[in-house]
Design a binder for this molecule. Structure first.
Ligand SMILES: Nc1nc2c(ncn2[C@@H]2O[C@H](COP(=O)(O)OP(=O)(O)OP(=O)(O)O)[C@@H](O)[C@H]2O)c(=O)[nH]1
Ligand SMILES: [Mg+2]
Length: 267
């Protein structure tokens, strides 16, 4: 069947990084660029969403109901829900195709474990994106990457998610409004401030050599830190700074999504 003109954008990232809010804001921005968008909620445990989904998996599986019915805890219920969703792939795909949108924005659950580190989550994403071009936007909360060691661990998480899902990735640092004053800084000044505040920029910048970044903060063996630094640079482009809440940086994010989609090769 195939959906070849359509681009699937999976919005991933740790719990609370702003995936649902970005789905909402990004949809508005795509529409501003005159693209049609289909908003998909793929989180069976979502309670309140900041957008009205066009396709909502809670119609098929509801984590809360499963929790009560099977006596599961919240994590177990989410795992069971994602497994159950595989039975509805055809229905969900049909609903997505019926949207006839240029872009499908898929809001994923915050528990990365279920989407990337188990058997069925990656299979679900793979089946949903079959026949379309697909890209993952990986969101990181700006407040959580203020130290070099947290930059390393979040980049490892992003890289392992990308590796497991076998999807090209656009990394975005969200909630920059909480680390810089957006009323004072914009343009290149904003970027300078972010460069100071968020070590990921130094880590991924071609203007600094990896050895110069090894500080007393690096807790791993120096040679491992150096090698990881090189690996990150090889596979991850400097992240796009955004604020999903304040709708800042979204045109750059969309440009990067389009670039990445353009180079997509179906695996
Ligand atoms: N200040 C600020 N807050 C934000 C931004 N984006 C999201 N938030 C807030 O962060 C919290 C979590 O946002 P969500 O969009 O629910 O995050 P999520 O990644 O979907 O969360 P889970 O689905 O539970 O993993 C909410 O209180 C949002 O209002 C942002 O750019 N700036
Ligand atoms: Mg969410």
């Amino acid at each position: 069947m195939g959906n070849s003109g359509v681009s699937m954008v999976f919005i991933a990232g740790p719990a609370g990084s702003g995936k649902s809010m970005l789905t909402s804001t990004l949809a508005l921005w795509f529409e501003r660029f005159e693209y049609s968008v289909c908003k998909v909620n793929l989180d069976p445990a979502a309670e309140l969403l900041p957008y009205v989904p066009d396709v909502d998996v809670r119609r098929y599986v509801n984590a809360r109901e499963l929790m009560l019915k099977r006596g599961l805890g919240p994590n177990g219920a989410l795992l069971a829900s994602m497994d159950e969703l595989l039975n509805y792939v055809v229905e969900i795909k049909t609903e997505i195709e019926d949207c006839r949108a240029d872009y499908v924005l898929t809001d994923l659950p915050g528990q990365l474990e279920v989407i990337a580190f188990r058997l069925l989550g990656p299979r679900l994403l793979h089946e949903l994106s079959e026949g379309s071009k697909a890209v993952m936007v990986f969101l990181v909360d700006a407040r959580l990457v203020s130290r070099m060691y947290s930059a390393y661990s979040l980049l490892l998480l992003a890289l392992s998610t990308m590796y497991r899902l076998n999807l090209p990735m656009v990394l975005a640092i969200n909630k920059i409004d909480l680390v810089v004053d957006l009323t004072t800084y914009s343009g290149s000044k904003l970027y300078e401030k972010l460069y100071e505040a968020i070590p990921i920029y130094r880590l991924l910048s071609e203007y600094s050599e990896c050895p110069s970044l090894i500080t007393s903060e690096s807790f791993l063996d120096v040679s491992i830190s150096l090698q990881l630094c090189e690996v990150f640079r090889q596979f991850i482009k400097p992240p796009i700074p955004i604020s999903a809440r304040e709708a800042v940086g979204l045109d750059s994010l969309i440009a990067e999504i389009e670039n990445t989609v353009a180079t997509y090769k179906e695996g």
